[in-house]
Design a binder for this molecule. Sequence first.
Ligand code: SAM
Length: 283
Amino acid sequence: MTIAEALNWAIPHLQESCDRPQFEAELLLAHHLGRDRLYLYTHENETVSDIQPFQTLVARREAHEPYEYITGSVSFYDIELQITPGVLIPRPETELLIDRAAGLIEEHNIAKLVEIGVGSGAISIVLARKFPQLKITATDISDEALRLARQNIERFGLSDRITLLKSHLMDEVKTDAEMVISNPPYIADGFVLDKNVGQYEPHTALFGGEKGDELLKQIIDETDRKEIRWLVCEMGYDQKAAIQEYLKAFGVEYVDFYQDLAGFDRGFVVEFEKWRNDYEKKL
Ligand SMILES: C[S@@+](CC[C@H](N)C(=O)[O-])C[C@H]1O[C@@H](n2cnc3c(N)ncnc32)[C@H](O)[C@@H]1O
């Protein structure tokens, strides 16, 4: 079978499970051949000698397994990360969270940050690469996530600037910080997810409690209790009203909800007032 024939065989198999069957067939074949996608276009008539393992990859994708788990790699922001089953695949919308945090880190020259729920390391690695002054403490409750984050952090040579801790939220964080960033689990328990997500991605990374916003609220409590000035968080598209209401119990200097490109609420930035009062008293 040639490269062109292998793609023509794979595409109909991926029609039901994929939004972009041709693109994903190309990704899987390029991965199988150890080449990039461009190679496929320039070598259409080359024979794929060992076709069986490629057909197995296509069968896995046909059964809705995300292609990132099949290829072991994911593109995120400006980097390529390793990814393994058991750890959430970083999503494009989380790039908006990073941009929000990056604006504040730059404006306020922030040097110490905590990430809650590090997963693959995506957020911490991108921010550490952007800001050489930044020291990050990143937590997770999942051993698989911490193992993978460690590998990714080492690959980017950032082990001296990102410290990993196994911890529920910030329980084990003993250092001070100026900002907390988090993309926590925020989906309501029992919400029925697409097969490729619900059957393959870790539920501890997705479900945030009965209503979904329970961990988000705990993160607000913890950030306030630890007197950390900034909190930048991703949330579900329908959680703005609940978070707005919850924040009324706190002294908040500033809160801003941001939207994704489709106009859905996606996250929020909070500046806690207490910190500002303490700071001004010290001046
Ligand atoms: C939605 S994933 C985000 C992963 C990564 N930061 C990203 O954006 O791709 C949430 C992460 O939070 C972790 N997590 C869940 N509950 C936690 C808790 N109570 N404390 C710390 N981390 C938690 C999960 O294991 C998972 O890795």
